[in-house]
Design a protein around this ligand. Structure first.
Ligand code: ATR
Length: 262
């Protein structure tokens, strides 16, 4: 019997995870079925329990349930506990395990592009859950200085205060989006501006050599401005494929090559 996996979220029709996992399965010879699962906004826990009670092997969790998944787990990996959010679930000996592969997915995507991370200076715009999930993996990949710029400065400061003890080797700085300036190896957009279609105005005094947009499949004013500056750009499909590969590896013990899927 093939192993059963699911991605759970609300909404869920837009998810490309089934397509990715079926492509990995074909490449690696793993026999699996991977489905979309719509949970009611007040029914996340019941849906997860039901899935694992009916022979489910693993679940990916997407918006808006990653924090609820974190709270539900009996065991967390270190990176999930630092992220405060879980995107990958599995059950072992009756215990629910949770990991967060989003940050490593971003690192894998950037490394596959051959953009520099080791000893780099990185700018992340945004200070929400998406940023929180990637700080630790970026620093473990060698990032030296990380500036977190946010429309609401206090939120960037709070995030740094909460996480700086987990990455003592890196220099973390908060900055307001209006006052942003300086030179960076990579600028990463982790705001939800592209999802809502809102413009994000980058100051002239800001310079960067590469631009990574975490969202994918949407118009991005961040990427438009970066492209006008003539720097290499990427949307977040590589990150999506990267986090999926990391989850596939946890569940199946085989790691497909990201290069084959982006
Ligand atoms: P996520 O979990 O996707 O990170 P979130 O926690 O709601 O979502 O955070 C959204 C982030 O996008 C925040 O950093 C938000 O800035 P504020 O903290 O100032 O609200 C940022 N954001 C959303 N729309 C934006 C816009 N139009 N311009 C700039 N920043 C925006």
């Amino acid at each position: 019997m093939s192993k059963l996996f699911a991605v759970i979220g609300n909404p869920i029709e837009q998810s490309r995870s089934p397509e990715l996992h079926h492509a990995f399965a074909e490449k690696t010879g793993v026999d699996l079925e991977y489905v979309r699962r719509l949970a009611p906004l007040d029914g996340f826990e019941a849906s997860v329990r039901d899935f694992f009670a009916h022979q489910g092997t693993g679940m990916n969790v997407t918006v808006p349930f990653k924090e609820q998944a974190f709270a539900l787990c009996d065991q967390l990996t270190e990176r999930a506990s630092i992220a405060g959010a879980v995107n990958t679930l599995w059950m072992t000996d009756g215990k629910l395990y949770g990991d967060n592969t989003d940050g490593q997915g971003l690192v894998d995507a950037i490394q596959t592009l051959n953009w520099p991370l080791d000893h780099s200076q990185i700018l992340i715009i945004g200070a929400g859950g998406a940023t929180r999930g990637v700080i630790y993996p970026l620093v473990k990949a060698g990032v030296h200085k990380l500036v977190i710029a946010n429309r609401t400065l206090a939120r960037a400061e709070q995030l740094i205060a909460a996480l700086k003890h987990t990455v003592p080797e890196a220099q973390l700085q908060a900055c307001s989006l209006d006052e942003l300036s300086g030179d960076f190896d990579i600028a990463i957009n982790a705001t939800s501006a592209s999802l809502s279609g809102a413009p994000l105005n980058l100051p002239e005094s800001l310079h960067f050599d590469h631009a990574y947009e975490m969202a994918y499949g949407k118009a991005s004013s961040f990427l438009d401005q970066a492209a006008k500056r003539g720097v290499p750009v990427s949307d977040g499909f590589g990150m999506l494929a990267g986090q999926a590969i990391e989850a596939f590896y946890i569940w199946n013990g085989i790691k497909p090559d990201l290069k084959d899927f982006i």
